[in-house]
Design a protein. Sequence first.
Length: 131
Amino acid sequence: MTNQPSIQGPSLQDRRAIQGAASTDKTRVSAQIFLFSAQLCLASLMVVGREALFTIPPNVIALSRLVGGGILFYFLAQPSGGVRIQRADLGRLVLCGILGAASNQLFFVNGLARSTATNASILTRVSPFWE
């Protein structure tokens, strides 16, 4: 008998490690694509918003964003059984929504209507209050 090395493929454990690394790479690339897309959307928001203000009034844009977001959150909460809000917390929730999201959108869109997209972009990034 000769002592020649046997030619075998990778073991089952090695194959699983290789497959795990490949799926991790796919996940990493997928996450990077989503992050790039989010940054592209955020970067173009001011320019697109400014262009939209030439034809749509600022308060209509703010209202449509609020209503659209509310509808989206409602449907996203349904698969998890919905969100149960106690009646005592309903008033505080509405107040937080008005002071938070509604005032933010009204100030942002009306400010964008009175300024340039560049100024609005800079102010949004340096203002920690709205972030």
